[in-house]
Design a protein around this ligand. Structure first.
Ligand code: SF4
Ligand code: SF4
Length: 480
């Protein structure tokens, strides 16, 4: 019997040391200096424990009553710790209701004209729309006038990296042009292709779901889910104008489709790691371009099956993306105001296609984000413009959430010339999905004690205010 206990303990300690080694390799690969030091110390400790164990076994210690008692005690503690950290504990039933679980009062549909981007990008001083908007909403005018002077969403693009931002801004602007090209009416609301007109394709909802998801994956979507659309998340009025189609400004947006296929593209861990410097904005725009590419082709695919479909991407949104993504089971809403997914954390961009093609909806998920965010607060601590609340969730337009101050956030973008993304970079869910991080996310998404433990460990290993990392050489910004 002692031999069996010794074998199990040796196996457990070896596995632990292997996971420790994997974590050390992961930290080196992630270029995380501080975490590499701590992971190295941790690995040496595990290795030392294993060597002491083998030494004691060789010396016959575990054959003695004291040695055997300690061995059994160690095994019981190890089993107990694994059980405590991996069992499903701390379920949030509200998360399983999706966006409905966030609703606590009367929700007014969001008017796209009031979005900070639409106000600053679309409204031109002296235009009829400008005068109309600010006569109805004088509360925005002073901020918008001041912000507009800084220029576009990014102010002076790459200002934070001057004078070495040139190539990175060239890359950013190269990608920006793609969603603009793909936002004309024929692209966002495609018609059936002429050769297919006589052959409407019949598919069961199961078949259609499989086809649509397979095609979206083939086009490059990293995550996808389907939801029946809650009309509350459809914008009430159009506010973003990109093709001089001013007749659309202020038009009511009608919820004409039953389903949304929501998809996410993973953003590069390496480029987001340099946030708030210019490599991160190349990556944001590359993924918005990917989103436009996927959304417009997926909409055309569905139109060719004989059903109406509309693409939602950076230059044409009919709906607010995050609640749709929550309902489609892609993840949960985090403190930083973004969707947090189990696979990539908030390190994603979202796109969608709405349609009446009958599909099978997915279910919302509970991955422990709301509970984790209550303890963590790292994004709020690190936000340079204090735009993320440190306190508890409050009711905003009938929903209980942490309210991002999009005005101060947007103002900060204008100052640094990028879309910042510090909150995305420092979020513990954003780590590269190496094997050890997958293991941690599995534990965190199941268990509330693990959330507390790993939130503290994240601070220890990565620091309370993790620093930006050097980007790959082609995207460097500081050495000319
Ligand atoms: S993008 Fe930057 S400024 Fe905006 S909320 Fe995140 S950390 Fe704060
Ligand atoms: S940094 Fe922490 S508090 Fe902020 S969204 Fe991520 S997990 Fe939540």
């Amino acid at each position: 019997m002692t031999m069996i206990f010794v074998f199990i303990a040796a196996l457990g300690l070896s596995l632990q040391a292997l996971v420790g080694l994997a974590f050390l390799i992961s930290c080196v690969w992630e270029k995380e200096k501080r975490a590499t030091v701590f992971a190295g110390i941790q690995f040496l400790g595990m290795l030392g424990l294993l060597l002491v164990f083998f030494f004691l076994n060789r010396a016959g210690f575990f054959q003695t009553p004291v040695g055997l008692t300690l061995l059994v005690l160690g095994l019981v503690l190890a089993v107990l710790a694994s059980f405590i950290l991996l069992r499903k504990k701390g379920i949030n039933p509200k998360a399983l209701e999706g966006s409905k679980g966030l609703i606590t009062g009367e929700v007014k549909r969001q008017d796209e004209r009031e979005i900070v981007f639409a106000r600053n990008r679309s409204l031109r001083p002296g235009s009829e729309q400008y005068d109309r908007f600010y006569s109805e909403h004088p509360e925005y005018e002073a901020f918008d006038t001041r912000r507009r002077k800084k220029g576009g969403p990014l102010g002076i693009p790459g200002a934070i990296d001057r004078p070495h931002e040139g190539p990175n801004i060239a890359g950013t602007l190269a990608s920006v042009s793609i969603p603009v090209h793909l936002s004309t009416p024929d692209k966002v609301k495609p018609q059936i292709s002429p050769p297919l007109k006589k052959n409407k394709i019949t598919l069961t909802p199961n078949e259609a779901t499989e086809r649509v998801k397979g095609y979206a994956r083939h086009l490059g979507a990293d995550l996808m889910g389907i939801t029946e659309i809650n009309p509350l998340w459809i914008y009430s009025h159009r506010g973003e104008i990109f093709h001089e189609n001013w007749e659309d400004w202020g038009k009511e947006i009608v919820a004409e489709h039953k389903y949304a296929i929501v998809f996410a593209m993973e953003m590069s861990f390496e480029l987001v790691g340099a946030a708030p410097h210019s490599p991160t904005v190349i990556e944001s725009m590359r993924n918005y371009a990917r989103g436009a590419y996927i959304a417009t082709q997926l909409a055309a695919y569905i139109a060719n099956l004989g059903y109406p479909a509309t693409a939602s991407h950076l230059r044409h949104y009919d709906a607010v993306m995050v609640p749709l993504a929550v309902d489609a089971g892609l993840g949960e809403l985090g403190r930083l105001g973004y969707l947090i997914t189990k696979e990539f954390g908030p390190r994603i961009r979202l796109g969608a296609v709405t349609t009446n093609l009958p599909l099978i909806p997915d279910k919302p998920v509970d991955i422990g984000v709301q509970d984790f965010c209550k303890i963590c607060k790292k994004c709020a601590v690190c936000c340079p413009s204090n735009s993320i609340p440190l306190g508890v969730q409050t009711e905003v337009n009938g929903t209980l959430r942490w309210k991002l101050n999009d005005e101060t956030c947007f103002d900060y973008w204008g100052k640094i010339g990028t879309d910042c993304n510090i909150c995305m970079r420092v979020c513990p869910w954003s780590h590269a999905r190496t094997f050890p991080h997958r293991l941690i996310v599995t534990s965190v998404s199941r268990n509330r004690i693990a959330r507390r433990l790993f939130s503290v460990m994240d601070d220890v290993f990565y620091g309370k205010r993790p620093k930006a990392k050097a980007p790959p050489k082609w995207a460097q910004f500081s050495s000319g």
